[in-house]
Design a protein around this ligand. Structure first.
Ligand code: GDG
Length: 534
């Protein structure tokens, strides 16, 4: 870890075409641990970090994230909260009070927005929007989004380079508007939404004022990235439906609002193919794999790997396995279901209750069907990415049946590393369905009966067909690595900066709303025009 100083000046203020990429996300890319009085950085876990780990290889990156624990706060103290280099990335944190953070994260973002976007509500009972919710909105969500924007503005306001800002996910929907108010049109603002964007009806749950704050803020972006075209279209529909002056003029992928045309684009996220292959070669993964081979014996393996999260639909997955054993008794004694479950949000009652129900259901299946030689369900709770990758190499069937999922990286990792021509049983409501649906056995996440039939079809599929499907899915994943996911977004922002510069330097073209001063400031001029390959 080195202090900012000259490096920071170089990176933030260099004039010229090399863009500065700013990523803003609730959780940062590192976890700090104290070791011998020193703070040591470890790469964090989760879909977002997995996906973004590759980008610092090619671009200068400033990452702004919230301080989440004591070690993060110690890091802020140690660095004076200046952007500081950690493993090739400049890191800077926002430091909200505990109360505000709790309101933003545990009242608004996770229960309310996550539940709306995955449509998890038990509508007759929840949610109730109370005075506390409103307070949490204003003092938590709005305030912390503003804090993020302030820190970004402070970091880039003197930059003379093109600046592209990528706020990540549902925690930061209000950042685009705050940024635009402070930085004008000299920066490209391009949020990415990792989770599903449902159609207008789902958003009715939110009070009108909150709903339109979110939509109007997102429309201050230049373009918004979604996992699928379906999500992008739903966003356009929501703006048309709920914001009186927003018009799509018949487009499914853009919306005009207050003189700005905002694109809604699909950038399906993917995985770091090389990195995953290198983890497969590590000693720990190999050891775990050989232990698993022994444990599985000559049984067939149905695998699932998920965070303990109601949207992943783990309970119905178990019910489908139970239905399989009932409907097709020939699989009894011959097949194992292994669930690798990663603890998540364990401080929230809904999540601990959900884990309890999973354990109870697995116990009931084992009580009903096991014999002295065979235990049908095995649940392993804990965090181990090498163990997940070890198991993914060995499955005969991978069950990915979420109620709703932005993408689902497990499906992509599974088809990449599996060595048994395993079959993917896939929910039609996961974003990955649009890429792998042709070769997977597709199910409705609510249809336990059909999921049991699909599991049976997968277990009895002729080897040639399994091989063909597995090969096709593997090629699809290999051909769309996470680097492409990120570079496509950067390229689109650079192309827009380019054409903004061209328009404003061509005589006779309408005045761009980017001033000469701000263009020079952003490093965009006719002789230092950024290009997509910069
Ligand atoms: C959100 C969206 C979207 C598995 N076990 C462990 C572990 N994993 C890895 C998996 C996979 C990642 O964690 C989980 O990614 P998912 O995409 O499946 O799900 P979410 O966490 O819900 O991610 C999702 C994603 O963002 C990216 O945009 O695809 O739709 O919900 O890579 O293999 N990681 C660690 N320990 C484990 O035990 N560290």
């Amino acid at each position: 870890m080195t202090m900012a100083g000259d490096l920071l000046d170089d990176l933030l203020n260099t004039a010229g075409p090399r863009p500065l990429i700013v990523i803003a996300s609730n959780r940062g890319p590192f976890k700090f641990k104290e070791k011998d009085g020193e703070l040591v950085a470890e790469r964090g876990s989760g879909g977002l970090v997995t996906a973004l780990a590759a980008l610092a290889e090619q671009y200068d990156v400033l990452w702004v994230a919230a301080a989440l624990d004591k070690a993060d706060r110690a890091w802020i103290e140690q660095t004076g909260n200046k952007p500081t280099e950690v493993e090739n990335v400049l890191l800077r944190m926002v430091h909200p009070s505990r109360l505000r953070y709790d309101q933003y994260y545990n009242v608004i973002a996770n229960p309310l927005l996550w539940f709306i976007q995955h449509q998890l509500w038990d509508i007759p009972r929840a949610p109730s929007i109370t005075r506390e919710t409103w307070k949490a909105w204003t003092n938590g969500y709005v305030a912390i989004n503003k804090l993020f924007a302030d820190v970004i503005v402070d970091s880039v306001k003197d930059s003379r380079r093109p600046v592209i800002i990528f706020p990540q996910d549902y925690h930061l929907y209000l950042v685009p508007r705050f940024l635009r108010e402070c930085l004008g049109d000299r920066v490209q603002i391009q949020p990415f939404v990792h989770i599903p964007w449902p159609g207008p009806d789902a958003w009715r749950i939110l009070p009108e004022a909150i709903r339109s704050d979110i939509l109007v803020s997102l429309m201050a972006s230049d373009r918004i990235g979604f996992q699928t075209l379906h999500d992008a279209f739903n966003f356009v529909q929501c703006c048309r439906f709920y914001v009186p002056d927003a018009h799509s003029h018949g487009s499914r992928s853009s919306i005009n609002y207050k003189g700005r045309k905002v694109e809604a684009r699909a950038y399906p996220i993917s995985i770091d193919v090389d990195k995953i292959r290198s983890v497969l070669e590590e000693g720990e993964t190999r050891l775990l794999k050989s232990q698993m081979i022994n444990a599985i014996g000559d049984h067939r393996l149905i695998l699932r790997v998920d965070r303990i999260e109601p949207s992943k639909n783990i309970l119905r997955g178990l019910e489908a396995f139970r239905a399989l054993l009932e409907m097709y008794p020939e699989h009894r004694g011959r097949v194992h279901m292994m669930c690798l479950l990663v603890p998540s949000r364990m401080e929230v009652t809904e999540y601990t209750d959900y884990l309890r129900e999973i354990m109870a259901q697995a116990g009931m299946i084992n009580a009903e069907f096991s014999d002295q030689y065979w235990e049908p369900v095995r649940i392993l709770v804990g965090e181990s990415y090498p163990r997940a990758l070890a198991a993914m190499q060995l499955y005969d069937v991978l069950l990915v049946n979420p109620i709703a999922d932005g993408m689902n990286l497990v499906a992509k990792e599974g088809v990449l590393v599996n060595q048994r021509d395993g079959v993917l049983v896939l929910s039609e409501r996961a974003g990955v369905f649009y890429e792998l649906g042709d070769q997977a056995l597709v199910v409705s996440p609510f249809d336990i009966y059909s999921t049991a039939q699909a599991l049976h079809q997968a277990l009895t599929m002729p080897p040639e067909e399994r091989h063909e499907r597995a090969e096709a899915m593997r090629k699809q994943v290999e051909g769309a690595d996470v680097r492409q996911w990120f570079y496509r977004q950067v390229d689109d922002a650079l192309t827009a900066l380019n054409s903004q510069a061209r328009n404003s330097s061509t005589p006779g073209t309408p005045e761009s709303n980017m001033s000469e001063a701000s263009r020079t400031e952003a490093g965009v001029s006719s002789d230092s025009t950024p290009t997509a390959s910069a």
